[in-house]
Design a protein around this ligand. Structure first.
Ligand SMILES: [Zn+2]
Ligand SMILES: [Zn+2]
Length: 383
């Protein structure tokens, strides 16, 4: 296999999804694996915290009281990064003026939600079964659906469902937003201030840079390869090669991507061409919940710690051209910072900030380690 030599030599790998490169230096990890240096950590948080603004029945900073919810609960962020209403800003359009050329700005409005993953303060996605994660997937789908442009072909998708309704009530947004970013910051290392399991959903009028860049690349690939989806082709290739697969079920493939930047970066990719959450039927939603459970449990088992990461879903824009919507291929990224143990983390510094991302352990090695971390969550065996 010609790629075998890449285990030993420094090289660059291309990320077709962003159109960028990264430096891989596998020779720096030739020393034997040291294993974790800390003892396995138990979670010592209480099941309910009277001071937590996400626990059921508690009062939030701005005075609202959370319902006594049993699975997920969604509310508009009390401290939203973008708001639905604000003062208008219309910059003067004078292209000859240096300020309008070099000091550009545009107004952004939107709506931000917080979504809890469980009523229990001390659980994480890794502790939850696929069945318990399913209501979260349903909530994401409903929020996405409620914000879709009525002109989008996705707004007409209506698959029959036998799933128990989660009882979500959402006020309609004031405006049509362009993009919805579903994400989770887990752990203090990723700047998460509250351990209660939760994620966020931000919608905005503008298309954010990461989304825009991936959309350009996916459209270009589709155009150049007769209507094929970039990630659909990539998933097929990974299933053939079997070198970077961590887990798979009928609907999803979990891989450490060829171009991974973070040491144990993972992507959940839909095997079929699905554009967005609304394209998944009941069984496929269950498969997505299972894929999330597999990733998060393996992460915690890897260094026997509550593994920090940022994760996020990329799918079709809420409002877009037919071309943009058809080129979008549903996937979820996990970017975790840990490298060798619960305390040794990777920083994107120096060369990464000034030149391009760099990694030592190869995605193939990372995938092999995550493959071996399946089974029971380590802390359930500690009691
Ligand atoms: Zn809580
Ligand atoms: Zn993406």
């Amino acid at each position: 296999m010609p790629e075998q030599i890449l285990d030993d030599i420094s090289h660059r790998r291309y990320n077709p999804l962003r159109g960028t490169w990264l430096l891989v230096s596998p020779h720096r990890t030739k020393r034997p694996w040291q294993g974790q240096q800390e003892s396995a950590s138990k979670i010592t948080l209480p099941d309910y915290d009277p001071a937590c603004y996400l626990c059921p029945g508690n009062k939030r900073a701005q005075g609202d009281t959370n319902p006594k919810y049993t699975n997920t609960f969604v509310f508009v962020n009390d401290y939203s990064a973008v708001k639905e209403d604000q003062a208008e800003y219309k910059p003067e359009e004078n292209t000859k003026d240096l300020s309008s050329l070099l000091l550009r700005a545009e107004s952004v409005t939107g709506k931000c939600y917080v979504l809890t993953f469980a009523p229990n303060h001390n659980l994480t996605l890794a502790d939850l079964s696929p069945k318990e994660i399913l209501p979260v997937v349903q909530a994401w789908t409903e929020i996405y659906k409620a914000h879709l442009s009525p002109d989008s072909p996705l707004a007409k998708v209506s698959l029959p469902t036998k799933l128990e309704p989660i009882g979500l009530s959402l006020a309609a947004p004031n405006a049509q937003y362009r993009w919805m970013q579903i994400f989770e910051n887990k752990g203090a290392a990723m700047g998460c201030s509250n351990p209660h399991p939760h994620g966020q959903v931000w919608t905005s009028t503008g298309l954010p840079d990461e989304a825009a860049q991936e959309l350009v690349q996916q459209k270009k690939y589709r155009h150049e390869h007769g209507g094929c989806s970039l990630l659909g082709d990539y998933a097929k290739l990974e299933m053939e090669k079997e070198e970077r697969i961590v887990f798979q079920n009928a609907t999803f493939l979990v891989v450490c991507p060829w171009w991974a930047t973070w040491p144990f970066e993972v992507m959940i990719i839909s095997k079929q061409h699905k554009r967005a959450l609304v394209d998944f039927d009941d069984e496929e939603k269950q498969d997505f919940a299972e894929a999330i459970a597999e990733v998060t449990r393996r992460y915690d088992n890897l260094f026997e710690t509550s593994f920090p990461y940022s994760s996020g879903i990329h799918q079709a824009p809420l409002e877009g051209t037919d071309e943009e919507i058809e080129a979008s291929h549903f996937h979820m990224h996990f970017y975790p910072p840990l490298l060798r143990s619960a305390t040794v983390r990777k920083f994107l510094v120096g060369y990464e900030l000034m030149a391009e991302p760099q990694r030592d352990i190869t995605p193939e090695q990372a995938a092999a380690r995550l493959r071996d971390c399946g089974g029971t969550l380590y802390r359930k065996l500690l009691q």
